[in-house]
Design a binder for this molecule. Structure first.
Ligand SMILES: CC(C)(COP(=O)(O)OP(=O)(O)OC[C@H]1O[C@@H](n2cnc3c(N)ncnc32)[C@H](O)[C@@H]1OP(=O)(O)O)[C@@H](O)C(=O)NCCC(=O)NCCS
Length: 216
């Protein structure tokens, strides 16, 4: 079973990473695949209540791959952890089949409660580089979480979410009409310029009023 999972992880890289060449190259040189292989063994020990050895394996894996997957996390088939460096996946996380997770992603908890405290991802979810999904909620199938987003709430199937805190911008690839747009640096600079113009106008009017009251 573990061997089958490993083979599906290798195939996932070949299918979804345009840079991947052969299965042998993926197996030997992709640290995302190595992290998953270590994790499949660590999770087996975790399920059999051998928590120390499970944690030991996960720490060794972290040392070699810079990817930290808690041995309790439940990962589906065909997962691609691309580049991988800095990925953290918490103990009660569930990741569905065929998900893609880029470097710098955190699937984490908020608060110190025990029990379920990490997210549950459906199938075919993509989590962009640097994105954080924090809390015990569900992210539906086929969702896309943008690079550097911070997702704090559940998402329905087929939703694309961006920003901090992440908000849905598309459903099934179709942009959501009349959504509130985030204030970008460009908006901010335009507002700042307008405020400066209005201040100058105010000063000019004040001076005009002072002049005209002086003449009276
Ligand atoms: C989220 C993502 C999948 C959306 O792709 P898409 O469907 O082509 O969406 P669009 O480019 O049409 O963007 C839709 C809106 O979201 C915004 N958006 C997209 N990505 C964003 C991001 N990372 N942060 C903030 N806003 C983002 C766009 O500016 C656009 O906003 P607008 O409607 O106000 O103009 C993609 O932008 C993304 O972040 N992918 C992750 C890729 C990644 O991590 N690669 C790592 C390779 S090493």
């Amino acid at each position: 079973m573990i061997l089958k999972d490993i083979w599906m992880d290798v195939k996932a890289v070949q299918e979804r990473d345009p840079a991947a060449r052969s299965a042998l190259e993926v197996l030997l040189l992709y640290q995302g695949v190595h992290a998953l292989i270590w994790h499949r063994f660590a999770h087996w020990f975790y399920k059999h209540h051998m928590f120390f050895i499970a944690r030991l394996i996960s720490q060794i894996a972290r040392f070699f791959t810079l990817i930290e997957i808690h041995p309790g996390a439940q990962l589906g088939h065909g997962i691609l952890i691309d580049h991988g460096c800095g990925v953290v996946i918490g103990e009660t996380t569930v990741v569905g089949d065929n998900c893609t997770i880029y470097q710098g992603v955190t699937l984490g908890g908020v608060g110190l409660n025990k029990g379920k405290r990490h997210p549950t991802l459906g199938n075919n979810v993509t989590v962009g580089c640097g994105a954080k999904i924090l809390g015990a909620f569900e992210v539906g199938d086929n969702c896309q979480i943008a690079a550097n987003a911070v997702l704090l709430k559940p998402l329905d199937n087929d939703t694309t979410a961006v920003g901090i805190p992440a908000q849905p911008v598309k459903v099934a690839g179709v942009p959501i009409e009349n959504r509130k747009k985030a204030v970008t640096m460009e908006h901010y600079e335009r507002m700042e310029k307008r405020v400066r113009e209005l201040e100058a106008e105010l000063e000019r009017l004040k001076a005009e009023m002072a002049d005209s009251s002086g003449e009276d």
